[in-house]
Design a protein around this ligand. Structure first.
Ligand SMILES: [Zn+2]
Length: 220
């Protein structure tokens, strides 16, 4: 696994201003201006991607899964869902979604303690670490880990109240497009989970692709 993201300018439809490979098991954060769309493609259809968004003018205001469920009256998010902050203001919205559309809002981002519970010894990368590492690359610090929206991750709430972690259900090449409703900092983590089957039966994290479609600071 390489530590340096592959980044290059490209020229394809929708006039993207930049793209980067979200490497398997690693994260990236970048600033996105209001109105800009960011497209996340899942080339294999199997990779769960934890997602956060913060108000760029006030990092204390961030997308809140509990308020997302309250405002949208749904458990998963998909096309049309408003991802609101704990102040119930839409920070970002899902404007396009060709995936199975069952992006989870229930489970936590993985962290070091979770991998210790799973029996891992030594350092294991986590979505929490990826978030803070990505923010740190921007010179930003958030002293806690908000709950994530877990894109392409399938979790079902059963009638008896239990949760079932399902295998990934999206087709290869599926994508979601997220629009910034105000100036935000977006953070994405290709979940490094390789113990459970949340990233597929072969337990292998894989690369995804991020494209910034217009009017945003190119990921750097
Ligand atoms: Zn994770």
């Amino acid at each position: 696994m390489q530590s340096t993201p592959h980044e290059r300018p490209i020229s394809v439809p929708h006039q993207p201003v930049g793209e980067l490979v979200l490497e398997a098991g690693r994260g990236k954060a970048f600033r996105v201006s209001a109105g800009t769309k960011v497209k996340l493609t899942n080339p294999y259809g199997t990779q769960a991607v934890d997602f956060w968004a913060f108000n760029a003018a006030d990092l204390d205001e961030y997308v809140s899964t509990e308020h997302i469920r309250s405002v949208n009256s749904t458990v998963p998010v998909n096309r049309g869902s408003r991802m609101v902050s704990w102040r119930r203001r839409p920070l970002v919205s899902i404007v396009e979604d060709t995936s199975a559309g069952d992006h989870d809002t229930l489970l936590c981002p993985c962290n070091a303690d979770l991998y210790a519970e799973l029996g891992c010894t030594g350092h294991h990368r986590s979505c929490a670490e990826n978030l803070h590492e990505g923010l740190g690359e921007l010179g930003l610090d958030v002293p806690f880990t908000p709950a994530s929206v877990n894109l392409f991750m399938s979790v079902r709430a059963e009638p008896d109240g239990t949760l079932t972690r399902l295998l990934p259900a999206s087709r290869p090449g599926s994508h979601v497009t997220i629009r910034a409703e105000t100036d935000v900092v977006m953070a994405f983590s290709s979940c490094p989970q390789d113990v459970t089957t949340i990233n597929g039966p072969d337990r292998t994290p894989r690369d995804c692709l991020i494209e910034v479609l217009a009017d945003a600071e190119t990921p750097a």
